[in-house]
Design a protein around this ligand. Structure first.
Ligand code: TYM
Length: 346
């Protein structure tokens, strides 16, 4: 599988690509693990391309009206969180047909054995793999297409997407090897910060997820200030006070999660948070975390609601972003077809 020592992509300029599925509410996990970091990368002046991956969303059933709403709301969430459509390319995947086309070509490069090892498929398909869509199985090859279509070199993601980005590297390497070219770069998963895996507020051993049946398990970008504060106050914890050092969080998944969330929201390290709150009980820590979460998340919620008043403007932004994305993607797709030996005479 991937070789971490591969030399950097000397022939490729730095370019960032990442995506989020518009399959329900965006969560605090999406925000801390992805969105917040998308904004940081954008503001570092690197070329950044961000996508609402609606083709991925439909690998499981989506009600059409709800999907349409979720795409617009997702775009509003990106913008409210600080993604600036003038600085980053922001679009939804289905508007750039090259994603589906390269996805097909990479289906023919990826191997069944590689796909069989993907843990997200196993988690999502569960015991009922026979009934899962073919799209859900091929999902990681489409994700590889998303990234490679732009010759992206870095992919900011949460911990759970690492395996998919590593698969992308394998697909790129096999393509380059089979066709004897140095055409696709080796993208690096960029997994940084204190909250690369935000856990459920009800169970510290489970990832915070938009698909968890319990709404109390997550904070949504659509939650208002009162809801955010209430969910944090009600988060499951143990009765012990917070430890003074990180070691003391071993075996205390819920406590660790809340400390990590505090750290990521405040820009501090978890050790600094324990330096401040070590010895304090949750009666002190939870209200402090609730205030912090409200101060960061509630303005995003307010701005999202404002943007959602004008869906036509959101559609215009996504359309413009798709044009810009297409201008980069099309030539790379054409070159891929050419390398593979297809006749392109129009
Ligand atoms: P998705 O939509 O599940 O999640 C979007 C991003 O949010 C991160 N994330 C989390 N980070 C920390 N803690 C959590 N609890 C948490 N939950 C979600 C994810 O790691 C991800 O970075 N396959 C991708 C979407 C995708 C993509 C791409 C990503 C499609 N094509 C190309 C990068 C590049 C997914 O399902 O993410």
């Amino acid at each position: 599988m991937s070789d971490e020592t591969t030399t950097p992509n000397a022939n490729f300029k730095r370019r960032i690509f990442s995506g989020i599925q518009p399959s329900g509410n965006l969560t605090l996990g999406n925000y801390l693990g992805a969105l917040k970091r998308f904004v940081e990368k954008q503001n570092e002046g690197i070329e950044t391309i961000y996508c609402l991956v609606d083709l991925h969303a439909v690998t499981v059933w989506q009600d059409p009206e709800k999907l349409r709403h979720a795409i617009r709301e997702g775009a509003a969430g990106f913008i409210a969180a600080g993604v600036d459509p003038e600085k980053s390319i922001l679009f939804n995947q289905s508007q750039v047909g090259a994603h589906a086309e390269l996805g097909w070509l990479l289906n023919c490069v990826a191997r069944m054995g590689w796909m069989n090892r993907m843990t997200q498929f196993k988690d999502k398909a569960g015991k009922n793999a026979e009934k899962a869509s073919l799209g859900l199985y091929a999902y990681p090859a489409l994700m590889a297409a998303d990234i490679l279509l732009y010759h992206a070199t870095e992919v900011p993601v949460g911990e759970d997407q690492k395996q998919h980005v590593e698969l992308t590297r394998d697909i790129a390497a096999k393509f380059n090897h089979d066709y004897k070219v140095d055409f696709f770069p080796q993208p690096t998963p960029v997994i940084e910060g204190a909250a690369t895996r935000v856990m459920s507020l009800r169970d510290g051993t489970k990832k915070m997820s938009k698909s968890d049946p319990s709404d109390a398990s997550r904070i949504n970008l659509t939650d208002d200030a009162d809801t955010i504060a209430k969910k944090i106050r009600k988060a499951v914890t143990d009765p012990e006070p917070l430890p003074e050092t990180l070691d003391g969080l071993d075996g205390r998944a819920e406590a660790r999660n809340l400390v990590n969330i505090y750290a990521a929201l405040s820009g501090k390290t978890p050790a600094e948070v324990l330096g401040e709150y070590g010895g304090a009980g949750f009666g002190t820590f939870k209200p402090a975390l609730a205030d912090l979460a409200v101060s960061v998340m509630a303005p995003i919620n307010t701005e999202m609601n404002r943007l959602m008043q004008d869906p036509a403007e959101i559609d215009r932004i996504l359309g413009k972003g798709a044009d810009k994305a297409d201008a980069i993607a099309r030539p790379i797709l054409e070159k891929t077809y050419e390398i593979m030996g297809m006749v392109r005479s129009r």
